[in-house]
Design a protein around this ligand. Structure first.
Ligand code: FES
Length: 104
């Protein structure tokens, strides 16, 4: 089942940056990469309850602001200690000048 939610305008996210998007009980991190692709993951780091929207995007990597754990935002894969649990990812599409996230 799909459940596309209108999250923001593309320009609400700077290139190579991340914003927080909350919807109901779900909190996401929405990323815009340098090549203008958009991705979404769970917002909270899998190490501790720290929101990744305060982290640093480098290429396709998000670095957690607390202990510098790293994830690949395109897959959610944990890439560097101390994180070892992957992030959940969500499909994203850009349509009619808006960014939509499929919350399933
Ligand atoms: S809280 Fe994210 S790496 Fe520790």
């Amino acid at each position: 089942m799909t459940n596309w939610i209108d999250a923001c305008a593309p320009d609400d996210i700077d290139e190579e940056d991340v914003i927080r998007f909350d919807h109901g009980t779900v909190s996401l991190a929405l990323y815009r990469l340098e090549d203008d692709r958009f991705f979404a993951t769970d917002g909270f780091c899998t190490h501790e309850q720290v929101h990744l929207s305060n982290g640093l995007v480098m290429g396709k990597i998000i670095e957690c602001p607390k202990h510098n754990g790293r994830f690949d935002v395109t897959t959610g894969e944990a890439k560097g200690a101390p994180v070892c649990v992957n992030l959940k990812t969500y499909p994203v599409k850009v349509e009619s000048g808006r960014v939509f996230v499929d919350l399933g």
